[in-house]
Ligand binder design. Structure first.
Ligand SMILES: Cc1cc2nc3c(=O)[nH]c(=O)nc-3n(C[C@H](O)[C@H](O)[C@H](O)COP(=O)(O)O)c2cc1C
Length: 200
């Protein structure tokens, strides 16, 4: 299945509380997720946005043809080697012209939650570093690093051993309340951009 650009009437937009529904705000949540946990984060963000009267498509980047008819776009990538995956970076490059003129949010999913404290602090810094190459390109309204699922099956034996020696744990480190709270920030940002920052 491919998404957008489909015709979306933009006569009157609604998002968040207290607005009259005529034509819903449309948002795309798209992601690259080799092992599935980034997809889980994306789907959770999408679900939360739907609760605020936003119409949301949620799909992997390779299913997205265009972003031109969305009012906002959320893009997420798993971190590999401290960077976004090439498919996610390519998505931002290919659609940069359409992304830079609409509200965009970027999220990364990595493994800080799996690490012991000193290393976790270092791993948290990878969030801003990983999205730094795209900040000028698409001027995101917000960026966030979440912890994902870290499982033995993802890594070859040598890497597993190194992770063990570093005191890493395996498991699902996604913190759903944090993810919901970020989705709520996005809903708030969308409401502002649709109404205009000075509307009452
Ligand atoms: C080959 C490989 C490299 C990784 N490199 C990083 C990294 O540099 N930084 C990090 O925080 N997590 C790293 N991780 C952990 C993943 O980002 C984490 O498991 C994430 O939840 C994977 O998302 P996914 O399930 O959507 O693929 C790496 C995982 C793999 C398999």
């Amino acid at each position: 299945m491919t998404f957008g650009p489909a015709a979306v009437p933009a006569a009157s937009r609604t998002v968040g509380e207290g607005s009259e529904e005529v034509s819903p705000v449309r948002v795309l949540v798209t992601y690259v997720s080799p092992d599935g946990s980034t997809r889980g984060v994306a789907e959770r963000v999408a679900q939360r946005l739907r609760e605020t009267a936003v119409r949301v498509d949620c799909a992997p980047v390779h299913d997205v043809r265009g972003v031109g008819d969305y009012d906002g776009v959320v893009v997420g990538s798993a971190l590999h080697g401290r960077a976004w995956l090439p498919e996610a970076a390519d998505f931002l490059s290919v659609h940069a012209g359409d992304l830079v003129v609409r509200p965009v949010w970027l999220f990364s999913v990595g493994m800080p939650g799996a690490l012991a404290r000193p290393l976790r602090t270092l791993a948290m810094r990878e969030g801003p570093l990983a999205v730094a190459p795209y900040v000028e390109l698409v001027r995101p309204r917000g960026t966030r690093l979440f912890s994902g699922v870290v499982s033995k099956q993802q890594f070859p034996a040598v890497s597993r051993l190194v992770l063990r020696l570093m005191g890493a744990r395996f498991g699902d480190f996604r913190r759903w309340p944090d993810i919901d709270a970020w989705a709520d920030e996005i809903a708030h940002g969308l409401a502002e951009s649709v109404r205009g920052p000075h509307a009452s």
